[in-house]
Write a protein of this length. Structure first.
Lengths: 144, 170
């Protein structure tokens, strides 16, 4: 581009603004160095905050799961002062009827499953059955 | 022209004097102008790779920091007046430009004429003459059309001519 300058413009161009002081350079250098060395700190902070948030979330979820599990197995007073666990996930009456209509073995399996729910946790690992012998069930069904 | 990949001292060496001169528009002393430039330069340096025109952004940062400084000083002055504290030191005279002693008188006259320019014309003149910015860059820095930047520059020169009419051009 071919620019023509008037004399005043030329005079202004020839005037040099004062140089910046060495002190300003030092201060800027210090500021930029401080910020650069402090930069990883927020990342650590974010990581720590994230870990804490994850731990809190896990604790809340675990607490909620335990609570919901407990709420599905309520202790209920039975006749004669006996207490038993009423579990929401135990087989329904309809399931018993279906099992009985299919075969005695299926009913026995269903009863065993129910028994597992109602026993205390420390006995759940043992081999249990609602009837000691399948014959007993068959005979009781015959009586019915 | 310094590029974004250049180290910060290269940027400061190239633009520092013009930035301080620009900052003098909003502050009274060279020391205060350097404080403004320091703040603006640090702000610019962290954002330089995210802006389309780093040079324009650098000058824009100085303007914003200068205006912030001016507002802060105005508040402080009002507080000082309210508590009847003594006035701050008077502004420095003839400290904007370096040069030979025999040109001192002319320099003083030009500095006085520059200070007498309307703010909007003076900032364009400083960016153009001493910053070496193009009109599109000045337009980007000041968020005005390039044509407006060019006309403000012409008005500024005309006004300086008027004010310096009695002064001999060396």
């Amino acid at each position: 581009m071919n620019e023509t300058h008037d004399p005043l413009e030329v005079e202004l161009l020839e005037m040099l603004p004062r140089e910046v002081s060495p002190e300003l350079k030092r201060r800027i250098g210090r500021r930029l160095t401080d910020v650069a060395s402090a930069a990883p700190r927020p990342r650590w902070g974010v990581a720590l905050a994230g870990a804490l948030a994850a731990a809190c979330l896990a604790a809340i979820l675990l607490g909620w799961r335990n609570e919901s599990r407990n709420s599905s197995h309520q202790i209920v007073d039975g006749p004669g002062g006996s207490r038993f666990v009423q579990a929401d996930d135990t087989p329904t009456l309809l399931a018993y009827r279906h099992a009985l209509s299919r075969s005695p073995d299926e009913l026995a399996a269903l009863l065993d499953e129910h028994a597992r729910f109602t026993l205390p946790p420390d006995t759940r690992g043992r081999q249990i059955s609602a009837f000691t012998r399948l014959d007993e069930l068959r005979s009781s069904m015959g009586e019915l | 022209m310094a590029s974004p990949s250049d180290p910060w001292p290269a940027w400061l060496d190239q633009h520092g004097p013009a930035l301080v001169l620009l900052a003098r528009q909003w502050v009274d002393s060279h020391a205060d102008a350097e404080d403004v430039v320091q703040e603006a330069f640090v702000r610019f340096w962290h954002a330089r790779e995210r802006v389309s025109d780093p040079v324009a952004y650098l000058y824009s940062c100085v303007k914003h920091c200068g205006l912030d400084w001016q507002r802060m000083r105005n508040r402080q002055t009002r507080r000082d007046q309210a508590t009847a504290r003594p006035e701050a030191a008077p502004p420095e005279a003839a400290t904007m430009f370096a040069g030979r002693v025999e040109q001192q008188e002319r320099r003083v006259a030009i500095e006085a004429a520059l200070k007498g320019l309307p703010e909007k014309q003076r900032e364009v003149l400083v960016m153009k003459i001493w910053g070496g910015l193009t009109f599109p860059q000045i337009a980007a820095a000041l968020e005005i059309p390039a044509g407006t930047a060019a006309s403000r520059y012409r008005y500024a020169l005309a006004k300086l001519h008027e004010q310096l009419a009695e002064e001999p051009i060396l």
